[in-house]
Design a protein around this ligand. Structure first.
Ligand code: SF4
Length: 703
């Protein structure tokens, strides 16, 4: 509202929500953000979605933490039992010095008494690259091991595993904006209209120009309205469907032999493997007619330039890595990588999940995906850190750390901006683990569900209150700038982590995030030619950048891959059924995901006035025939029960959902989807199977 003269300041920064990484102008008046507009960033070209434009007032919410809190000696037992009205029963306010001594002292005591591996760390993809780097460094240098992870484990870990294995790099091979140069695109297991809304606008424009959009998803997601082909396949049947498409390409000799010979390996094995997947045999498994599978194969293979986009519908399965392997093979056999309008693009979820992974906030890789088991890699970092060696063993992942708590090994945790008490599968298991911890330090902007279990809570900063870089789904490293100071005694996250490191005995000295970025660049070749000063001037540089004035490479791997002999690899994938299949007691399939108005565990968007007003209530969606069978009306309450637990919530009707499926978002604590989900994990990416749980649905009106 109003023009520039109406505001005290206008700051250019980055949207704090999804991985599209829209650039924004933040207008401030009287210490409050009054308006957010899109500016001309490379990913958004001035556009914003409802979250970016209207979802910012959580930063001024009365629930913001403004003082450190320490659990009271006489607090009731740990549980999900703290609310905005009763928190003083559980916590007392403290000054920073006491809180930091308590936080650091507790972690140090565990390290000294039980060894460094008794303390694990969960960082956050909502924080900056510099904060992610510091966090992983604190666990590795301060506690001597690699039990440090973040929510990439719950979203695209299997995609990264497959990309690293077969392409040699965990990031996208082309920006999503490259779709403007494509004539065919596949979007599979993703719902960009709700989850990457600004990217979706480019996809829609592509179809208006005549591009063929092939949408594949067990739900009839919104993009189907723009699709040339909508393949609503059976949940969990991705490999059978994709192998059938590739079978057709092989059988009809539609592959690009020249490209395969020049840039790939293991083709003969892939070709032989695909012989077992004729569409006529696979149609019963995946639910898509053979003729459609063949038509899609011809359309994709016949494209001049084609791209593949995928989301968590692909990755969140026990065969998530196999799903991504299939997509990589499809692109390789048709030579659809490394040219304008071609490429592989896993649509990343949070605004810095790409950057946090790049910065080494994962248990198996150091920054830039350097192998933590490699002695030379570790010594390159310890030389910069001026410290001794740390464990050469890959660390535990998010869900493995919770198991390790139950096993009595992990006794303390430092959690920065993550909310495992909502986001972990079989979440009661995670909540019980948090309650068991001897010392839990939580750093966040709100008293989240995870903070309910904390021994000490450190009040942190929103993205509008901090400096730092973030890296979006397009590999664009972008500059975030503070529009406000943190409220009350809250502090920027990087400062809290630095002081915590000092309290556990590390000699860390950084004056600013720019200092941290300079240190990151020493061992991260991806940041070559990208400097803090340059980002302050240009706002965004895509990595890799080949020279100080190269804006960066939107497309990579046109002349080979970062693997042995420059060749990408075909890794054949077999059909592995989902872990928790329906039976007489649990006859339907539960699919969880996000929705337009709410983001992840809801800690921010449920405190954003406009977003929560639009979508205030926990809900699930089912086909009208399913509702009729159950004898319930839209708006009635239903009970969903899986082998893990039971919840009651409102049901909506959605014709785009298959009659034996239920969809529900996971942002609502009052009916937490993850009470129901299955913790079984993909063996490579260690990602849980959030997208498939056998479920029973019953009417629950009146409850
Ligand atoms: Fe923010 Fe993503 Fe929406 Fe862009 S598309 S405004 S980054 S939530």
């Amino acid at each position: 509202v109003g023009d520039s003269a109406d505001y005290d300041s206008e700051i250019e920064s980055i949207c704090p929500f999804c991985g599209v990484g829209c650039q924004i102008s933040v207008k401030v008046k009287d210490g409050r953000v009054k308006k957010v507009d899109g500016i001309n960033g490379p990913a958004n070209e001035g556009r914003l979605c409802v979250k970016g434009r209207f979802g910012f007032d959580y930063i001024h919410h009365e629930h913001r933490l403004t003082k450190p809190l320490i659990r009271r000696d006489d607090a009731p037992a740990k549980g999900l039992n703290v609310d905005p009205d009763n928190w003083r029963t559980f916590f007392r306010e403290a000054e920073w010095d006491e809180a930091m001594e308590f936080a650091g002292g507790g972690l140090k005591r565990l390290r000294d008494e039980h060894g460094g591996a008794s303390v694990a760390g969960f960082g956050s993809a909502k924080c900056t690259n510099e904060e992610a780097y510091l966090f992983q460094k604190l666990i590795r240098q301060g506690f001597g091991h690699n039990n440090v992870d973040h929510c990439t484990r719950l979203c695209h870990a299997s995609s990264v595993a497959a990309l690293m294995e077969n392409v040699g790099s965990g990031a996208v091979t082309a920006t999503f904006n490259e779709i403007e140069n494509a004539d065919v695109a596949i979007v599979i297991g993703a719902n960009p209209i709700e989850n990457h809304p600004v990217a979706a606008t480019f996809f829609k424009q592509f179809t208006k120009r005549g591009g063929k959009l092939i949408v594949m998803d067990p739900r009839g997601v919104g993009l189907r309205r723009f699709a040339s082909h909508m393949l609503q396949f059976k949940p969990g049947a991705d490999v059978s469907m994709l192998n059938a498409i590739m079978h057709t390409i092989v059988e009809e000799k539609l592959y690009d032999q020249q490209y395969i010979d020049a840039y790939t390996e293991n083709w003969e094995a892939e070709k032989a493997h695909l012989a077992d997947f004729p569409p006529e045999k696979m149609e019963a498994i995946c639910g898509i007619p053979a003729a459609t599978l063949r038509d899609v194969a011809r359309t994709f293979a016949g494209a001049r330039a084609a791209m593949i986009f995928w989301g968590m519908g692909v990755s969140q399965h026990i065969h998530g890595t196999d799903n991504s392997r299939c997509l990589i093979s499809l692109a390789l056999m048709t030579g659809q990588v490394g040219r304008p309008g071609t490429g592989l693009h896993p649509l990343r979820g949070q605004n810095n999940v790409q950057g946090a992974s790049d910065a080494g906030l994962i248990p198996m890789f150091m920054p830039d995906y350097l192998d933590v088991t490699d002695d030379g890699v570790r010594s390159a970092f310890t030389e910069v850190w001026e410290s001794g060696d740390f464990s050469a063993e890959k660390g535990l992942t998010v869900t493995e750390i919770m198991d390790d708590v139950h096993a009595g090994n992990t006794r303390g945790m430092y959690v920065l901006g993550e909310n495992p008490a909502m986001s972990d599968p079989d979440v009661e298991h995670a909540r019980d683990a948090l309650a068991k911890l001897g010392h839990l330090v939580v750093q966040d902007i709100f008293l989240t569900e995870t903070a309910n279990y904390a021994d000490v809570i450190l009040p942190a900063s929103t993205f509008f209150e901090k400096s730092g870089t973030v890296t979006n789904t397009n590999r664009q490293v972008q500059m975030g700038r503070p529009a406000l100071s943190p409220p009350g005694d809250a502090r920027e996250d990087w400062k809290i982590t630095v002081e915590l490191a000092q309290r556990i005995g590390l000699d860390w000295r950084y004056d600013s995030p720019a200092d941290v970025f300079a240190e990151m660049k020493i061992n991260m070749r991806s940041l070559d030619n990208i400097t803090w000063d340059r980002l302050m001037k240009e706002n965004s540089v895509t990595y890799p950048s080949l020279s100080p004035d190269d804006p960066g490479q939107a497309i990579v791997f046109g002349d080979g891959f970062p693997r042995a002999e420059g060749r990408a690899r075909f890794t054949p994938a077999s059909i592995i059924p989902p872990d928790d299949v329906p039976d007489a007691d649990y006859p339907m399939v539960l699919i969880t995901g996000r929705q337009l108005e709410h983001w992840h565990t809801g800690s921010m968007t449920r405190r954003a006035t406009v977003l929560d007003a639009v979508e205030p209530e926990a809900n699930c969606s089912m086909h009208p025939s399913t509702l009729r069978k159950l004898g319930v009306e839209p708006g009635d309450m239903v009970r969903l029960t899986t082998k893990r637990g039971s919840i009651t919530l409102m049901v909506r009707v959605d014709r785009a959902i298959a009659p034996d499926n239920v969809f529900m978002p996971f942002a609502f604590v009052e009916a937490a989807a993850n009470i129901l989900t299955n913790p079984a994990i993909d063996p490579y990416g260690k990602i849980p199977e959030f997208k498939y749980s056998a479920v029973r649905v019953e009417p629950a009106s009146g409850q």
